[in-house]
Design a protein around this ligand. Structure first.
Ligand SMILES: *Cc1c(COP(=O)(O)O)cnc(C)c1O
Length: 383
């Protein structure tokens, strides 16, 4: 069988790298010349710049978003015996971070329209052991900061944001990373701000938490060869930070282009709403940074989700499913004791969602092509 040529890729990273190629090469060369590959100058510069973009004072570069969650929670004093509220429909790394911190993840269902953690459901899951909530700003949309702050103060819980999909997202006057005691970011290559490899950052306004993560990421060293705690080797490489320094000034613009692309999708897909194909709801307008653009293909739609995905693939359009199996049903989480039916909204979404191509630089023509194909799949032949 010959492969269908790609007409619309799911993500195109060359689009952001090509115009910055010379600058990136120069930045890499500078690090090679300096030779400060670990905890070097470009890292401190990037930590300051990224934390400041989030509206907080401290940024600590770590090896991945997963480590930012694990080390960050640990630095916040969360560990063995503590329960942490986490949405069931997140990427597994959120759950892994909580477990690696030594705490117990307590999964919570989501709002069916936004796919964000449902705070009413979170309320019902609170026990005397509950110490924190990890809201995931999923797909690039923040969980309502005012509702979160209200919730956390009512129940005396820490807020630790998983902002791995939400660099510079905004809502109700807050920026992602600036709501809770601390927040974790990932610079995995396809994130809104991506390195040329793995990377992550913990941002916090709390100096004590910042100091603890600085120690934990560096073998628990308080000074060279003196180890107050059992830490990890988890630093963001200077080379990656140097590349991220080049990209950071473009992030706001890239996010804006993502948001514009999403608005075009929303407009062109409008006629499909009555047919049962509905985008995940945007409750934060221009503040949504659309790490992913997700539609829900309900039972009403004439064609089922996997058929839609196949038909788009036949036309060279790449799509994804984020995520096909909720955390509570992952074999790796079997020991947590959850069952099918525990989180009906999350389960239903997993069966219905489809991620359409989304990246800054996705052209109007390509969006129109994707939407035309979806309309024709539904039996509508003109936009
Ligand atoms: C990507 C991601 C992570 C993990 O980041 P890594 O850098 O891949 O470890 C955590 N949470 C969410 C929601 C993510 O999308």
């Amino acid at each position: 069988m010959s492969a269908t040529p790609v007409t619309v890729p799911f993500v195109d990273l060359s689009w952001q790298h090509t115009p910055l190629k010379t600058e990136i090469e120069q930045a890499i060369q500078n690090v090679i010349d300096r030779g400060d590959f670990v905890l070097g100058q470009a890292l401190s510069e990037f930590e300051t710049a990224f934390a400041s973009a989030c509206g907080v004072d401290n940024g600590i570069g770590v090896a991945s978003g997963t480590d930012a969650i694990a080390l960050g929670l640990q630095a916040c004093g969360i560990g063995a015996g503590d329960e942490v509220l986490v949405p069931a429909n997140t990427f597994i790394a959120t759950v892994l971070g909580v477990i690696q911190a030594g705490a117990t993840p307590v999964l919570v269902d989501c709002d069916p329209l936004t796919a964000l953690i449902d705070l009413k459901a979170a309320e019902a899951a609170i026990t005397p052991q509950t110490k924190a909530i990890v809201p995931v700003h999923l797909y690039g949309q923040m969980v309502s900061p005012t509702q979160l702050l209200d919730f956390a103060s009512t129940y005396n819980l820490l807020i630790f944001e998983d902002a791995a999909q939400a660099h510079l997202a905004r809502r109700e006057g807050y920026v992602a990373g600036g709501v809770g005691i601390a927040a974790a970011f990932s610079f995995y290559p396809s994130k809104n701000l991506g390195a040329l490899g793995n990377g992550g950052m913990l941002v916090t306004r709390d100096r004590d938490v910042a100091q603890k993560v600085r120690t934990l990421r560096n073998y628990g060293a308080t000074s060279k060869y003196y180890h107050a705690q059992l830490g990890k080797n988890s630093r963001l490489d200077t080379l990656q930070a140097a590349v991220l320094n080049i990209k950071l000034p473009h992030l706001a613009q890239w996010n804006q282009w993502r948001n514009q692309a999403a608005q075009t999708y929303d407009r062109l897909l409008q006629p499909l709403k009555v047919k049962g194909l509905v985008p995940i709801e945007n409750q934060s307008d221009l503040g949504h940074v659309y790490h992913l653009y997700i539609i829900e293909v309900s039972e009403l739609f004439p064609v089922n989700r996997s058929e839609v995905q196949n038909k788009l693939a036949d036309r060279g359009i790449q799509t994804g499913i984020h995520y096909p199996l909720p955390c509570h049903l992952q074999p790796a989480c079997g020991h947590l004791g959850y069952r099918i039916g525990d989180f009906p909204h999350a389960e239903k979404l997993c069966d219905r969602i489809l991620s359409l191509p989304m990246y800054p630089g996705l052209s109007q023509d390509r969006i129109e092509f994707v939407c035309e194909q979806l309309l024709s799949i539904a039996g509508i032949f003109s936009i």
